[in-house]
Design a protein around this ligand. Structure first.
Ligand code: BMA
Length: 365
């Protein structure tokens, strides 16, 4: 009898603890961030995915800074469902990012995209804190170690995180709520072209960088972010993919970046990485995405419907995002503009029921 009584009390306590930890977990994200996660998790169940474009509303081919303009919208009549922007150089406290976009304009466009029903992702090509050069400076392999607690650049780096956290906290919509954002720092780390890349730090240091970033954001009350883990196509299996994974408690979405140079190689690497992602996504209960892709200058006039769409439709992705239409680098563009070789094929891609653009977000997602 006594034993049964004890067991009952224990069970009541355990139920209480589970309920408590579940609600604690809820509190670590705002309602808007939770809703964004739900969209990312469920969109593929309806055989849909979001289309995205980097720096979409801030410049394009032959223009920079115009209001309400977008090469994607000029071609198909609608904005992408997801827009990404980069915070590179925000850490230096200047008024422009690494691609010369005013920080104020970024803030404005992030809020505008949310208010029209779309989604935002932010990457961060942070400068090299040791050499003062850009994110691609891999001349020193002690940079990650130097920003961790006890390292020579730690204090300076915490100041950089502080600037990023302040920016995140300043993303306030007109209803007073913070705009939920998918944050994608320390990306393409399975290559060795950024100071946080594979050959430049150990797995332990890389994970520590993530933990430090996440915990600092939490301390600063930044609860409106989802976090994306986004290597390149180097991993050949799920174990390699997860080699530097910071953990399910931090990461909300898993993805990868890949670009087309040779069509067959592109299709092969898409197959390989999407197979890995599908498996990891299922076993870790995370939505999956192609966080960066594209074919520079899109010279193949049917690339959208004959290369991209068939391959990605085979997998349950939440979104695919193409890189920027640089105004300052000839031929460095990944979305069509009016008159571009693939523009009419892009209109077909837009009309395909599987693709979601911003207007679809209120009706189809
Ligand atoms: C790269 C190129 C660069 C750019 C950087 C950050 O892929 O587009 O020109 O500065 O991304 O946006």
């Amino acid at each position: 009898m006594k034993n049964i009584y004890c067991k009952m009390i224990c069970m009541i306590c355990m139920i209480g603890m589970v309920a408590c930890s579940a609600s604690e977990l809820q509190k670590s994200k705002t309602d808007e961030a939770q809703a964004l996660l739900t969209t990312l998790k469920t969109v593929s169940q309806k055989n849909h995915f979001l289309f995205g474009h980097h720096d979409d509303p801030v410049y394009g081919i032959g223009w920079i800074g115009d209001k309400n303009r977008s090469d994607v919208k000029s071609v198909c009549g609608d904005y992408p469902a997801i827009m990404s922007f980069d915070l590179g150089r925000i850490e230096l406290g200047g008024d422009k990012n690494l691609d010369n976009v005013p920080i104020e304009r970024l803030r404005h466009e992030i809020i505008a995209q949310y208010e029209r029903g779309g989604m935002v992702s932010l990457s961060w090509h942070a400068d090299n804190p040791v050499t003062g050069k850009d994110a691609w400076d891999v001349s020193d392999s002690t940079v990650v170690a130097s920003v961790l607690p006890g390292g020579t650049q730690h204090d300076k780096f915490m100041g950089w995180l502080d600037t990023v956290a302040d920016f995140m906290n300043s993303l306030i919509a007109s209803d007073g709520r913070k705009v939920p954002v998918l944050f994608r720092p320390w990306h393409e780390h399975t290559g060795s072209w950024f100071w946080w890349g594979q050959a430049l730090c150990s797995a332990t240091e890389y994970k520590a960088l993530w933990h430090m970033t996440y915990e600092f954001m939490q301390q600063k009350g930044v609860k409106h972010l989802l976090y994306a883990y986004s290597p390149g196509t180097e991993p050949n299996n799920t174990a390699e993919y997860l080699d530097r994974y910071p953990g399910d408690d931090i990461i909300n979405l898993i993805g990868f970046d890949t670009y087309q140079f040779n069509r067959q190689e592109y299709l092969n690497s898409m197959e390989k990485s999407l197979t890995i992602l599908t498996e990891v996504g299922q076993s870790h209960d995370k939505p999956i995405a192609i966080t960066e892709t594209g074919y520079e200058a899109v010279p193949d006039s049917t690339w959208w419907t004959e290369t991209l769409l068939p391959i990605i439709s085979k997998y349950p992705i939440s979104y695919v995002l193409v890189w920027r239409n640089a105004y300052e680098r000839p031929n460095h563009y990944y979305a069509p503009y009016p008159g571009q070789a693939s523009a009419s094929d892009f209109v077909k891609f837009y009309a395909d029921p599987r693709t979601l653009f911003v207007r679809d977000m209120k009706t189809k997602k």
